[in-house]
Design a protein around this ligand. Sequence first.
Ligand code: ADP
Ligand code: ZN
Length: 766
Amino acid sequence: MGSKDQSPQQISFDTLVPEGRSRRFVRVMPEIQYDECFDYEIPEGLESPLRGQRVHIPWGKKQIIGIVIDHPDQPEVEHCRALLGILDEPPQILPEMIELAEWMAEYYCAPFAQILKGMVPEQVREEKGRHLEQYKVELVTELEDQEVVERLKGAKVQLRAWKALKEMASTGQENTWLSVLLRETRTSQSTWKGLANKGVIRLDRVQKERNPFKDQISAEEPLQLNQEQADVISSIREFWSKGDRKPILIQGVTGSGKTEIYLQLLQGVLQEGETGLVLVPEIALTPQTILRFRRRFEHLGVGIAVLHSRLSTGERHDQWLQIRNGKAQIVIGARSALFAPIEKLGLIIVDEEHEQSYKQEESPRYHARDVAILRAHLQQAAVVLGTATPSLESAYNAQTGKYHLLKLTQRVDQCQLPVIHLLDMKLKNKVMRQKNSQLIHPDLESAIHQRLEKREQVILFLNRRGFSTSLQCPNCGYISECDHCSVPMTYHRKGNYLICHLCDEKSDVPESCPECGFDQFKYQGTGTQKIENTIAELFPSARWQRMDSDAMTRKDSFETTLKAFGKGEIDILIGTQMIAKGLHFPKVTCVGIINVDNTLQMPDFRASERVFQQLVQVAGRAGRGDQRGEVYIQTRTAYHPTIQFARHHDVDGFLEQEIEFRKAMDFPPFQRAVMITFRGREEEKTQYCAQLAARKLREALEGSPIEIPEPTPAPISKLRDHFRFQIFFMTPSIKLVTPSLEKEIREVKWPDGVVAVVDVDPFSLL
Ligand code: ADP
Ligand code: ZN
């Protein structure tokens, strides 16, 4: 497209094209509606804007801004209007990102406009946080006062404003902030703009950047690599030197020094004048993590931008601008940082590539790891994926040679992997029926006692907030269910209420069973609050802290708690998956996993994979110092192969078995999964639409190997008063079904109140 790509022959050919053909056109998406594209002609004398660049376009009688999507040879309509101009700014969206968006729209069966919109944070798109771009106001001193008064004739307010400014200047204040003037003179911006237009003052736009890093940090040199790390790096350098850009999967046990490898690879990339993008799961994006990158690179003058959800609107805006203006050579961020407009990209790192949070659970339902691989390809960058527990998809890609696989088998500190004990809760509950210890196995209880005595720390992990999972009547079996969702309400003891974890609806705890009148409810299942209670009773002198989304409501409570734990001010940390990732606390020598069984029994082909990853990750929190850690897993299914593989830290064993299982079942990664969910307030209407869609798809795919089943009620069959029906099927490739999904689902105008959602490579099957 660009003239530099054209060979001389092509250029001379171009001059032979009949006159009409040399006209140039652009296809533009207007920013005000993000829906449809319109074609414009590039007038003579105006250079051709790049894809992704923003331009001024005529819109009715107005002039608005749009994004260039394409350069069509011929416009779609015969008479198109002329482009007015190109915005003088660095691009918010790189040309490659337009291509990426097109691919995503097709693959994920999502609206192109929506993807494009999602690539730029709302704050940047709508210029929120713009208040930061402040103006300095200065008098034009070359003018005689009389001349000014002449120019301001009839404009009383402007004159008053000018006089106020002049008075300030006479006190030695040569220039001042517009915001100060507005406040002190009670004038409006237009007054000052008017003064500037008449040439009696100057308005200078000064961009103040807020630095979210307030603290001073000490620089850190690269570490001396151990043999395994050095081998991994030299293998990677060898691939790259041969121009081999195949994605690389580093499978390294927790604490094997993967991050050090990322840092040194990045350093090499920076030395080549290229940039790096580092994706980490949101919860692993802790101040600790960011600090490691800053220590390594900031003193070298490398700009580091960080993007995550805890940034304030203004901070996010600033970080984005820093990237856009080419001031950041490294971008670290969670899922959506994938779209950061960082140029000269040399390397994308996806840490914890198996993490579920890389999948966006709302439209567009993309997977950041997969899209990252494509982005790298488009920008000719390299990709490194890292994890202790590869996803089945990546493990399989490594097995078939689509990825290079490199391994780290030793922890850096020579510390051995923790000993894992399985505590059979079935057996235990039969043998002893004591009061409190029912939740905590006696072995775990005495292990905690020992740590407390030695002043070491304990982490207790449980995947469930609240106190109990449900409230059940032992007499008639009634379970208090949410009025709006098909799930039991969770009992929260603190505050004594029931809450639905799906829709947040709260209700009072009934005094007696609404069904049979029996007045003694039974609390079933266990939440973090109940564990907290038990801990308080079992270890009255211990200092504990619960860490879940109920307890961590303030912006900084997460960091404050971790800091306190790091300083040893907390003995026992009780939490949900919030605490499972990336924490380095050498004094933690004991980890208890309260219950894994409920996840294992989920109706989901990834259940085993999830439990395995979770167990290995949580276990990785134990014994990072000089003490060997111990992990206690409480379970009723100790014989389950997944738990056994985790117990022996046998990642390869697990992967091998699970790949075999998936193959036998023809599940992903051997096929691709697609989930279509219909939801609506009216059950029958919704079901009917789902049935109709299934029939249409079946007809459209006739003759293909794809079987479309009848829709079934989703495992969560009602959510926020909406009934849900699913069509779940497998296909050898997504390409095979894209046109049918497009035509039979996405382009259909479903009746009012019914929504159809297509999820390609779904993670949540509920
Ligand atoms: P991973 O990312 O694989 O879990 P990290 O990179 O976080 O492992 O390394 C664990 C710890 O070991 C960190 O504190 C890190 O500073 C340290 N470390 C990593 N590589 C080395 C090395 N070559 N020599 C000394 N310490 C190292
Ligand atoms: Zn609900």
